[in-house]
Each structure stands twice: as structure tokens, then as C-alpha cells.
Design a protein around this ligand. Structure first.
Ligand code: ZN
Length: 174
């Protein structure tokens, strides 16, 4: 059973509601009543260009029952800090996801080798969900074999959609 099966939109920066996982802007606190909205909390790789995450804040908010996932977190080779810094920031959040037992929502741009190597190293029990997956069937096959879940937004490849079994696939609006 998928950890986020009850949501028909697992990643949105703007929508909010009982079937949506809303990305809480980093640094903000949750103000909605329990059951009204659900969240993910993380430190986006682009933000590593300016600062480093406060892991105390992330740990506290990620432990809130209104938070159902950690992220988005990840590695982006085109934006943000250097690769070593991004890997380390991602690793810390992957460990946090494991500690709180909630899936990890991943932003990955041209860093598939890194993300796959980290998955082999950390052997997570929680789901690692590639958000906004736009690759084709061969890449989907590789990621599914490696154990990832794939989340499709509006701009996904139609042949990948047919290829990914329902129990490994999520939907999102981003
Ligand atoms: Zn996003």
C-alpha cells in the first residue's frame, strides 16, 4: 500500500485540502486545524545557494502529525550550491525522513547517479518519491528497479505513464 495513497495530489505549492499534500514554505509554521490540510516540509536544493537548513526546525515540524512527508529535498546540478553541499543537505533530510517514518519527496535535476548511490547507501524503509518525473520508459524502468516511487505532474511523458504500475505512481500539480 502506497504511503500517500489517500492523496490525489501529493505535491503542490499552492493547493490545499484533505486530498492534497501542500508544500509548507521553509521556515513557516502550520496554522490549519488537524484534518483540514496536510503538508510536506523540507529544504529545497535551490535554497542551498543562499543558506543551509535549520535541522532543528525541520525535525520539529516534520514530527507534526499534519505533516505526511519530508521534502521537497534533492539535488539540482543546474542551480543551488555545489554538488557536495547539496548531497550533504539531501542526506540529512533523507535521514530525517527515516527518523520520522515519512516518505521523502525528491527534486532531482541531472543528479540521478547521486540520488541512486545515496539510496543504495542509506537503504531507506520509507518511500523515496521522485517528484515531477518527466523521463521516458527506460528511465522509469531503471528507477522502479532501484525502488523509487514516481510522481507525475502535467508535463510527464505519456509512454512513461503507461509503463509505471499504479502502486508505484503518484500524481501531483506542483
Ligand atoms: Zn515543487
Amino acid at each position: 500500500m502506497k504511503a500517500l495513497a489517500r492523496f490525489d495530489d501529493i505535491h503542490s505549492h499552492s493547493r490545499r485540502g484533505p486530498a492534497v499534500v501542500t508544500n509548507l514554505p521553509y521556515g513557516e509554521e502550520i496554522t490549519t486545524a488537524p484534518g483540514e490540510a496536510w503538508y510536506s516540509v523540507g529544504f529545497h536544493p535551490w535554497d542551498t545557494a543562499r543558506s543551509m537548513p535549520d535541522m532543528e526546525y525541520l525535525r520539529r515540524v516534520a514530527s507534526d502529525p499534519r505533516v505526511v512527508a519530508v521534502g521537497e529535498a534533492g539535488i539540482d546540478r543546474l542551480r543551488g550550491a555545489d554538488a557536495d553541499t547539496q548531497r550533504e543537505v539531501f542526506r540529512c533530510q533523507a535521514i530525517l525522513a527515516e527518523e520520522v517514518g515519512k516518505p521523502l519527496i525528491i527534486h532531482c535535476v541531472r543528479a540521478w547517479d547521486d540520488i541512486m548511490a545515496l539510496r543504495r547507501q542509506l537503504k531507506p524503509a520509507v518511500e523515496w518519491i521522485i517528484h515531477g518525473f518527466r523521463g521516458g520508459a527506460p528511465q522509469a524502468a531503471q528507477l522502479l528497479r532501484a525502488g523509487f516511487m514516481l510522481s507525475l505532474g502535467e508535463r510527464h511523458a505519456p509512454q512513461a505513464e503507461l509503463f509505471i504500475p499504479d502502486e508505484r505512481r503518484y500524481r501531483e500539480t506542483d
